[in-house]
Design a protein around this ligand. Structure first.
Ligand code: KG4
Ligand code: ZN
Length: 332
């Protein structure tokens, strides 16, 4: 079964061709980092305009790389939410048009579900597993019991983890998107240089909060500015990253231990973070829990995870009609 996956929910235009839910024949991503970089964050209107420019060449390039023609496809999968509504509409409208013109069935894919299943692009991880989904827009903890069977355990009360990385990078004038830049810079720094506070929420063991750390870094930078650069940028980056990583690792390990699920899966852009991957694995080892992390290119937004999720639903007979609308606030 050949499935084309199209993703335009935020600031990456992506398309992939997947065979039988396993073999990636093509996976093409066009990043808009250059467009949004000067603003230190995604500008929605610019994102949708850029998707309009990119989406056809990206889909064409994926088909060409895969060596397949449109009529060879058995189905098309496209993200219909959550995300920026203008961006979502670009991919969804294109795929509706392609499906209408060719008669090839299409399904709308939930972007969050796609992140949770992305691990299966590379690893045969048995269900159930505890999944930490940490991206620019979401920080969520699920017990994934099977395709379509997701038990919500917790989430962030305020900012997403990726948002904290991006905002701190902006405060430190490091560039956009901040996650990868801080990850690289932190390698040269001491994670114990500054002890930033870790938010611990009393009511639920599985809730996260990242607004406090953001404010703490802001106050630190302000105070340090007056003192004339005592700590290096690398030390600040490493100490901030260590605090975020601790706040992500603790509830995830707790969830795995409490539910006696021996597998943890990392997903979403922040799962590309080298320190998060290492720390989660270290802590999980002590508890006899295995950690699976997708390759960084499958942590950040990509068409392959959309094609994979679409494949599962197409296989189960789901077909969407042309009334399906983009849903910016779609939940799982
Ligand atoms: O999943 P994703 O590509 O898009 C959303 O669905 O939001 O995640 C993007 C987020 C951004 O906030 C980015 O800074 C963060 O993932 N990110 C990272 C790393 N690579 C990307 N955060 C920490 N370390 C990284 N290496
Ligand atoms: Zn995403």
């Amino acid at each position: 079964m050949l499935v084309l996956g199209v993703e335009t929910s935020c600031d990456d235009t992506a398309a992939a061709v997947l065979q039988d839910g396993r073999t990636i024949l093509a996976n093409v991503v066009s990043s808009q980092d250059q467009v949004h970089g000067p603003y230190g964050g995604v500008v929605p209107e610019l994102a949708s305009r850029q998707h309009i420019r990119n989406v056809l060449p990206i889909v064409d390039s994926a088909l060409q790389k895969a060596g397949v023609r449109l009529r060879d496809l058995d189905g098309i999968a496209v993200t219909y939410g959550p995300g920026l509504v203008g961006s979502l509409l670009v991919g969804l409208s294109l795929v509706k048009g392609m499906s209408f013109r060719s008669g090839i069935p299409y399904v709308g894919v939930n972007h969050l579900e796609a992140h949770l299943l992305a691990i299966h692009l590379e690893h045969d991880v048995p269900f159930p597993y505890i999944a930490l989904l940490a991206s620019g827009g979401h920080t969520l903890l699920y017990c994934v019991k099977g395709v379509g069977h997701y038990v919500h355990l917790g989430g962030t009360r305020d900012d997403a983890a990726g948002e904290a990385f991006d905002k701190v990078a902006k405060m430190m004038a490091l560039g956009y998107p901040g996650g990868r830049i801080i990850d690289n810079l932190a390698k040269a720094g001491d994670p114990k240089a500054i002890r930033f506070p870790r938010a611990r929420l009393k009511k639920s063991a599985y809730e996260f909060s990242f607004s406090g750390i953001k404010t703490a870094v802001w106050h630190y930078l302000k105070a340090q500015g007056a003192e004339e650069g005592k700590t290096s940028q690398a030390d600040i980056a490493a100490s901030f990253q260590e605090a975020v990583v601790d706040m992500l690792v603790n509830p995830t390990i707790k969830a795995a231990v409490a539910s006696d699920v021996k597998r943890i899966v990392l997903s979403g852009g922040v799962a590309a973070n080298s320190r998060l991957r290492a720390s989660m694995t270290e802590r999980a080892d002590d508890e006899g829990v295995q950690v699976f992390s997708p390759a960084p290119k499958f942590c950040t937004d990509n068409g392959a995870m959309i094609a994979l999720t679409g494949y599962h639903w197409l296989k189960r007979g789901r077909r969407d009609d042309y009334r399906l609308n983009a849903d910016a606030d779609l939940t799982l």
